[in-house]
Design a protein around this ligand. Sequence first.
Ligand SMILES: [Zn+2]
Length: 319
Amino acid sequence: MFHFDRGLKLTDFDLAIDIRRRQPRGFISHAHADHMARHELAFCTPETGRLYQYRHGERRVCELPYEQPRDFGQTRLTTYPAGHVLGSAMLLAECGGESLLYTGDFKLGPSATAAEARLPHADILVMESTYGDPAYRLPPREQVVAELVRVVQQALEAGFTPVIHAYVLGKSQEVTRILTDAGIPVQQHPLAWAISRIYEASGVSLGDVKEYAGSALPGHAVIVPPTHQKGYRVGGLKRVRTIAVTGWAQNPAGGFRPRADHAIPLSDHADFDQLLACVEIVAPRVVLCTHGAPSFVDRLRERGVNAHVLDEASHVHAR
Ligand SMILES: [Zn+2]
């Protein structure tokens, strides 16, 4: 069904999955840079296709809209919403009476700007486990959203400009929609603004948002990239209160040191409990973990799950 060649590949159809090297055929689960390469032919949702072409120019794309199975030889491919960012998809591959679900980055539950994840059953589950540690149990989403709105409102009332550091794809749009829904207009860094145009073109409305044009407008929140991203700074900001939004904020013991006045644990990744819920819902024979704490494999085994790290030996475990 699959093999590992410095990344996951479907054997029968010869499809590379989220491999960062150019491939003849590559599935792209979503348009974050660590999941993409300039493939000869990319397989992805239409929304991810738009974001991929925005980043890499006009390239060949085979679109796989959510929940519309397509057959390629003996292999049937179906994408499911992953709840992570616009267009983010899980991939269900079925071949020879077996099924494999690759989650990519995912999050369960509602989102303001991404389709809510839906998990089908599969025999083999390949899952990201970024927050595969019990320290990453995030508070309920409503609580996190309320805290974000409160911190931004308090900054505005005290005469500060709230400046929110958020990834340009996904988090920026999610924060924008949360704030505009709460009646707070938003100005976005040009990098986030360009991505937001693609959200709007894909039918995801973001409310009262404009591009940041050199000065903060009264009553507005400003969204800029995280401080480690080149070019995150914009000129013309005075009297700011900075806010980082990331799931890592949940666990200061894990080494997260926000360079911000506030850190809000708003995440677009599944937390520890959601990772466990994912395994329960998919009910696979074997779980192969990628992108995360190797200790998550131990946590699953303690619960009686046949779990392994995804690597060269995975196809043996999956038999
Ligand atoms: Zn991602």
